[in-house]
Design a protein around this ligand. Structure first.
Ligand SMILES: [Zn+2]
Length: 332
C-alpha cells in the first residue's frame, strides 16, 4: 500500500496512486533510445496521473541514462572535479582548453561533446593529467587559482600512488559490496592476493602486505583511506576508482567474487580474528608481542604456500570449500 496521494483528473478527487517503471522510446539525433521512466497510476481508476515533481524527475532520469549510454560525463562528476581539485568553473574551463563559460553551461545541463566529456573524465581518473593540463594553460589562469588546483592535484596524485591493478581491484570491490570499512577492505584484499597466489601461482597486485597489529595491511591503501577510520568509505575523491574495474579479466573477477561472497559477509573484527589465526601473519609477527607495532612484510611466498595447503585441504576454488575453511577457523 502506498502513502502517495494526489489529484486524479478522471476521478475528480484526491486518490492514492502507485508508481511504476515504464519504458519510453525517444529519437535523439536520429538515433533511437529506450529510457526507463517512472509513472503514476491512480489506484481507483487505473489511469495515468500527472503527479507533481514526477516530470522533472523523469527529465533528469532520461538525461542520466542518455549520458550513460553515450559514455558522457555526468553533471555530478563535473561537480566532483571542481571539489577535488579545488578549482572554480572558469579556471577549470580554461585549464581544460575549453571556452571560459563551457563548464558553467555543462553544470546547467548542456550535454558535453564526446571529446570534451572524455577530457573531463580523464582529469577525474588521473590527477597527473590534471597537473599536465594546468601546466599547459598556466599563463591563462590567475596564479592563485593555478597554485591551489595544482597543489590539490599533486596531493591526490601522491595519495593514490597505488598500482593500476590495485585501483581496478578496489573499484570492483566497491561495486560489489554495498559498504566496506577500511579495516575490512584490507582483509578482503589480503585474501584476494593469497587466493590468487595459491590458485594461479601469481600475485593479483604488486603491492606488499605488512603484518600490522590488526592484521595484514597494504600500506599504500591504508594511506588512502585512513581518514575514514571505522566508517564506511565515502568521498568525492574516490571517483578515481569508478569504472576502472572493467580492466580486470574474468579470472581476476572470479577470485574477487569468491572472496567477497565468502569472507565478505563477516565483520572487519571477525576477519581480523581469521587472519590472526593464519600462519603468514603469525610467522611475520614472531617476536612481536600484542600491541607492539611492526613493519615486517608478509611475504608473497608465505601466503602462496599457506593458501596452497589450505586449497589442498578444503578446495578453496569453490565457495563451499572457502566456507568450510572459515568455519573451521572460527571454531578454534
Ligand atoms: Zn482516478
Amino acid at each position: 500500500m502506498s502513502e502517495r496521494k494526489d489529484f486524479c483528473i478522471e476521478c475528480r478527487k484526491e486518490c492514492y496512486y502507485s508508481l511504476r517503471k515504464q519504458y519510453v522510446k525517444k529519437l535523439i539525433k536520429d538515433k533511437e533510445y529506450t529510457f526507463e521512466i517512472t509513472e503514476a497510476f491512480c489506484e481507483e481508476c487505473g489511469m495515468k496521473m500527472d503527479v507533481h515533481g514526477l516530470m522533472d524527475k523523469n527529465i533528469k532520469e532520461i538525461d542520466e541514462q542518455y549520458r550513460k549510454i553515450e559514455g558522457i560525463v555526468s553533471i555530478e562528476d563535473i561537480e566532483k572535479v571542481i571539489n577535488i581539485y579545488k578549482i572554480g568553473k572558469a579556471p577549470l574551463s580554461i585549464a581544460l582548453g575549453f571556452g571560459e563559460i563551457t563548464i558553467t553551461r555543462y553544470l546547467m545541463g548542456q550535454v558535453p561533446s564526446k571529446e570534451y566529456s572524455d577530457v573531463i573524465k580523464k582529469v577525474l581518473a588521473s590527477p597527473k593529467y590534471m597537473m599536465d593540463k594546468l601546466e599547459e594553460n598556466k599563463d591563462k589562469i590567475a596564479e592563485t587559482a593555478y597554485k591551489k588546483a595544482y597543489e590539490a592535484a599533486k596531493e591526490m596524485r601522491d595519495l593514490f600512488s597505488v598500482s593500476k591493478k590495485m585501483l581496478n581491484v578496489i573499484s570492483y570491490i566497491f561495486e560489489k559490496m554495498e559498504e566496506i570499512t577500511p579495516l575490512a577492505l584490507q582483509k578482503i584484499l589480503y585474501f584476494i592476493q593469497g587466493f590468487n597466489l595459491a590458485i594461479y601461482g601469481k600475485e593479483m597486485v604488486k603491492e606488499e602486505c605488512k603484518a600490522w597489529e590488526h592484521g595484514p595491511v597494504f600500506r599504500e591503501v591504508y594511506d588512502i583511506f585512513k581518514d575514514f577510520k571505522y566508517n564506511p568509505i565515502e568521498d568525492d575523491r574516490f571517483v578515481i576508482f569508478e569504472n576502472t574495474e572493467s580492466e580486470l579479466d574474468i579470472n581476476e573477477k572470479e577470485i574477487i567474487d569468491l572472496v567477497i561472497n565468502t569472507f565478505g559477509v563477516y565483520s572487519a573484527k571477525t576477519l581480523e580474528r581469521i587472519t590472526h589465526s593464519e600462519t603468514p601473519w603469525i610467522e611475520a609477527r614472531l617476536g612481536y608481542d600484542d600491541g607492539i607495532p611492526s613493519n615486517v612484510l608478509i611475504s608473497k611466498n608465505s601466503m602462496k604456500d599457506y593458501f596452497k595447503r589450505i586449497d589442498e585441504k578444503y578446495n578453496i576454488e569453490t565457495e563451499d570449500g572457502v566456507r568450510k575453511y572459515i568455519k573451521k577457523i572460527l571454531e578454534k
